[in-house]
Design a protein around this ligand. Structure first.
Ligand code: B1M
Length: 636
């Protein structure tokens, strides 16, 4: 049986001879070929050569965004559209849209001039990013910067024609041959609204806009639908067997009610249209799926790719298999942290694989893969041994052995906290504004209370902070979702501007300067933004220095801003160790004893924080606030 046959059988829910093994290792390959550190036997080989030499299937699900045949193929990344070999289509603009591209050093700026206005976007890829294995550029300047941009973007999307380009796709498909499945890329987003969220707006900004400019946003989504309908038609008529439709679902970013109303209808439509044409649909489900388990299972997708279980996320592999295994194929299952010496010992790695074989017995609807990809500093030999074990022990059906599934109750979200009552009626109006995230009314209400002689301190503490604490608690217990928290924090920020002059005399109320940033090599900022927004919301003075911040830059900013606390965020296993470099640099500059350092981000934990000499770790934004308060009060 060929790799391709095996993968397609698993994707259809049939039982192939052996578990398909399809490791993704683009990041590892890019970084190590850039640094000339590929294993001796693989020097000079392409990634595909390596996979073939090792006997693995080729991972051809996520398109190669940087390996393009012409510069036009990926130039419209800022609009979230591509004309790649994997697409099977090209984008064409009407003559009314004049596209100008300027390249300077590592950056590309693209401008779309239309009769109704101009949209500009820019992206960057530096040598440092390449060294770290980056497979995509970073969009620096997003398309939507003001409310007038919605109309211009509508004009642009309505002017787009999707033209089939099956020939180029077919030639790539034949290059892949029977060594893998050449997945056609429909879209990275499952729906037009997810397209606006993921590709056109900065992540935090999206949630504000979603509340403030719903009408404009919906109108733009309709214009994007014009493009999505064409893509669906072209992809449905293509020679592809498998289509990628949607990526990066995550129960915080695409939280359940949002997923249900804004993603599911389109995802369902795409899946049924493509299924009618005999195609299978894959979604890149690399996020935290706990809150989306039922929705994903019933969405109509055939394969959930990049499924990343515990210990990197909250859902265990056996729970995935129990809940999804009869309906959709799980592609992934090996969290990348298992390939790293620093996060998994050899025994832990072997124990996980033992467990994996038992947890996915009898082995139908499983494609073994690394979620989401192999990190640059992975122990390559573990990929090899995993392949050997799959070849040896992955004959289907697998025997369940002594494995006993965990109870479903063990994975329900944390128990819902009792809503704290906020007894002081005088402040209920303000509290209500914070709960509602009403950044307009809160200003009037705060002014009214000040006018009646209520003290700014009381308004801040009894009105705003007490309400924000309730929101924080509800977020932690899963009762409210990210947008509510961000909107409440924004209302707090606005009200604070009104209170500030009254609080200024009392330094104790505004004390606490926090410098925060995502460390070098890491471009994730959604969590960091949330933490800074919430800290600002409860009255701290925040300087957010963004993403990819070097230790030197942290030192310079500390010397200049003189914060009480420095907050470091990292989402990658490979960048979390950069946190120690920041601490060391602060020591070297003689600044370490002048500040407290706190760390956070998905791969970080308490032990790591202690090991690197940080003063504390916050698992989420609420904990970060509590931690900062404790540190500043000297009670930590
Ligand atoms: Co990336 N990504 N990503 N990604 N991405 C993860 C993190 C990953 C876990 C996915 C996976 O493998 N399943 C994986 C990292 C694996 C690892 O090393 N441990 C990963 C990878 C591999 C990558 C790339 C390498 C992919 C590639 O190129 N092939 C690439 C790296 C780019 C780079 O940084 N150099 C990449 C790129 C991207 C996108 C650009 C597509 C996008 C980022 C968009 C953005 O940030 N503007 C993205 C996304 C969205 C994710 C997932 C799906 C979601 C992350 C997120 O925003 N969560 C993520 C999957 C996952 O986390 N399971 C994944 C919501 C957010 C609110 O939570 O950030 O955890 P979080 O923040 C929380 C807490 O952690 C905490 O509070 C927040 C609120 O509760 N917290 C702090 C955070 N910072 C804190 C600081 C504190 C205290 C608390 O004190 C200072």
């Amino acid at each position: 049986m060929t790799h391709k046959e095996r993968m397609l059988m698993a994707a259809r829910g049939e039982l192939p001879d052996l578990l398909p093994y399809v490791p993704r290792f683009d990041l590892w390959y890019n970084a190590n070929s850039w640094g000339n550190t590929l294993p001796q036997r693989h020097r000079g080989r392409t990634a595909d050569d390596i996979a073939r030499a090792e006997g693995w299937a080729l991972h051809k699900i996520i398109p190669e965004l940087l390996k393009v045949r012409t510069p036009e193929d990926n130039v419209h990344r800022g609009l979230g559209l591509y004309s790649l070999k994997e697409n099977g289509y090209r984008i064409r603009f009407s003559p009314n849209v004049d596209v100008s591209v300027s390249r300077a050093g590592d950056s590309i700026k693209v401008e779309y001039h239309t009769p109704v206005g101009t949209i500009s976007v820019s992206e960057v890829i530096t040598d440092e990013m390449r060294k770290a294995g980056a497979s995509i550029t970073w969009v620096q300047e997003r398309a939507i910067k003001s409310v007038r941009d919605y109309r211009i973007l509508s004009y642009i999307y309505e002017s787009i024609e999707i033209v089939s380009d099956y020939e180029r796709y077919a030639s790539w498909q034949s290059e892949v041959g029977v060594d893998g499945v050449a997945c056609m890329m429909g879209t990275f987003c499952a729906s037009p609204m997810q397209h606006i969220q993921r590709d056109l707006l900065e992540a935090t900004e999206f949630f504000y806009e979603y509340k403030d400019h719903q009408t404009e946003m919906r109108r733009l989504a309709e214009s994007i639908e014009h493009v999505y309908d064409q893509i669906l038609e072209v992809v449905a008529a293509s020679p592809a067997e498998v289509v990628l439709w949607g990526a990066n679902y995550d129960d915080m970013i695409t939280y359940a009610p949002y997923f249900k109303s804004e993603i599911l209808p389109w995802l369902g439509k795409a899946c049924s249209t493509l299924e009618e044409k005999g195609k299978l649909v894959i979604c890149h489900c690399d996020g935290e799926n706990l809150g989306l388990m039922d929705l994903i299972r019933d969405s109509g997708m055939h394969v959930a790719e990049a499924v990343c279980p515990y210990p990197m996320t909250k859902v265990r592999i056996e729970e995935y298999y129990q809940q999804w295994g009869d309906k959709l194929t799980i592609f992934g299952g090996i969290p990348q942290s298992l390939l790293l010496e620093e996060t998994a010992s050899e025994e832990e790695f072997q124990a996980y694989i033992d467990h994996f074989f038992k947890a996915v017995a009898p082995g139908s609807r499983i494609i073994v893969g690394i979620a989401d990809t192999t990190p640059p500093n992975a122990v390559f030999d573990r990929l090899v041994r995993l392949g050997e074990r799959v070849a040896k022990e992955g004959r289907l059906p697998l025997e369940a052995g002594g494995f006993r599934p965990v109870l479903a109750t063990q994975i329900t979200k944390g128990s819902v906290i009792a809503t704290r009552t906020l007894p002081d009626e005088t402040f209920q109006v303000i509290q209500h504004d914070v709960f509602q995230g009403d950044n307009i009314s809160i200003i009037a209400h705060v002014k009214e209370m000040l006018g009646k002689g209520t003290s700014a301190q009381e308004i801040l503490h009894k009105g705003m902070i007490s309400a924000m604490e309730v929101i924080g608690g509800k977020f932690k217990s899963g009762e409210v979702f990210i947008p509510e928290v961000l909107l409440s924090a924004r209302a707090m920020n606005k009200a604070l501007l009104v209170l500030e002059p009254y609080l200024a005399g009392d330094k104790s109320e505004m004390s606490g300067k926090i410098l925060i940033g995502t460390v070098r090599g890491d471009l994730h900022d959604i969590g960091k933004n949330m933490v800074s927004t919430m800290l600002r919301g409860v009255g701290f003075e925040i300087r957010d220095i963004g993403i990819n911040v070097t230790s030197d830059a942290f030192v310079e900013e500390v010397a200049e801003f003189k914060p009480d606390v420095v907050g470091l965020s990292a989402l990658l296993t490979t960048t979390m160790r950069e946190m120690k470099n920041v601490i060391d640099a602060l020591k070297k500059a003689g600044l370490r004893d002048k500040v407290k350092v706190i760390v956070g981000g998905a791969p970080v934990n308490e032990k790591f924080a202690t090991d690197i000499g940080a003063d504390g770790y916050g698992a989420d934004a609420g904990e970060a606030i509590a931690l900062v308060k404790r540190l500043l009060e000297g009670t930590n």
